[in-house]
Design a protein around this ligand. Structure first.
Ligand code: CP
Length: 315
């Protein structure tokens, strides 16, 4: 039985808090490999990982690819735009083809919410959700939690603000769940059109004025305006949005002196965050990217049957 006691990793809701902590703790050991001259270990030798991305990605795709390679897996990287999907092949037929190649893991990003859940019910391979519609992005939430723990030790009691396009954000939904599960207070900040009242059911506070809550926050997680998912106008103009909700240098000066700034990427510099802030000493955006590889190595390891690494080094 795997350290995770499950075949798939589909969302944060289905993980126990112990499993979340197990993944984060295991990631610490994989991250230690990054400073060695030889960064690969044979943990997934003989196993096959397939990356199946129906939506664009830079960070998630590259970090899953690097994680699989560092664990010595064979890798199939499907570019959907140049595959038989464009000839009309269905999701299930594409996936049965991959199953015929004996893929042990399928890492999937899809524009439709719950597509990975559908896949997991129809295939023996382990399915890892790399982002589905506006529903969930569990590996991003795990790397966000890990990055915060690495910085401050314990998330319990932190006040975390998530700012921006909450409505269209799978990252926000997964981050709310993981941060609250680990004992943080979570506030959502943005215009009412992008932070609907229904989000209160997740046990969060909502603020429509960033400046009102700014000085109270320990962590500010800035989100991108997802114009590709927006139909209609959610705010008067980019200029107006920047004025009210961007994390500018001026706003950073009014934050706690040790505030932590996060962003899952891709960043729209000059829209939701200014250059100076994204590149400031408060920002852990680059660490989030690096940690994405370690966390995804830990997920592969634990789904493949790995046991807790507390007492032993990765060999
Ligand atoms: N954070 C994130 O999911 O980035 P990508 O879309 O580049 O994978």
């Amino acid at each position: 039985m795997s350290g995770l006691q499950r075949k798939d990793l589909l969302d944060i809701q289905s993980l126990t808090t112990e499993e979340i902590l197990l993944i984060c703790n295991s990631a610490k050991y994989f991250k230690a490999l990054f400073t060695r001259s030889i960064k690969t270990v044979p943990i997934l030798r003989g196993k096959t990982v397939c990356l199946l991305f129906y939506e664009p990605s830079t960070r998630t795709r590259i970090s899953f690819e690097l994680a699989a390679k560092r664990l010595s897996a064979d890798l199939i990287n499907i570019a959907v735009q140049t595959s038989s999907v464009v000839k009309g092949e269905s999701l299930i037929d594409t996936v049965h083809t991959l199953e015929a190649y004996k893929a042990d893991f399928i890492v999937m990003r899809h524009a439709a919410s719950l597509a990975p859940h559908f896949l997991s019910r129809n295939i023996k391979s382990s399915v890892i959700n790399a982002g589905d519609g506006n529903h969930a992005h569990p590996t991003q939430a795990l790397l966000d939690a890990y990055s915060l723990m690495e910085k401050v030790g314990d998330i319990q009691g932190l006040h975390i603000g998530i700012v921006g396009d909450i409505l269209h954000s799978r990252v926000a939904r997964s981050d709310i769940e993981i941060f609250k599960r680990l004992g943080a207070k979570v506030s959502l900040i943005g215009p009412p059109t992008l932070v609907p009242d229904e989000f209160r059911m997740y046990g969060v506070d909502i603020y429509y004025e960033f400046d009102e809550i700014l000085p109270n926050l320990d962590v500010i997680n800035m989100l991108r305006i997802q114009r590709e998912r927006q139909q209609g106008s959610f705010f008067p103009s980019i200029r107006e949005y920047h004025k009210r909700f961007a994390l500018t240098n001026d706003r950073l000066k009014r934050c706690k002196k040790d505030v932590i700034v996060m962003h899952p990427g891709p960043i729209n510099r000059g829209i939701e965050i200014d250059d100076d802030v994204a590149d400031s000493a408060h920002s852990i955006i680059n660490e989030q990217v690096t940690n994405g590889v370690a966390v995804r190595m830990a997920i592969f390891y634990l789904l493949a049957g790995g046991t807790p690494l507390d007492e032993k080094e990765v060999e």
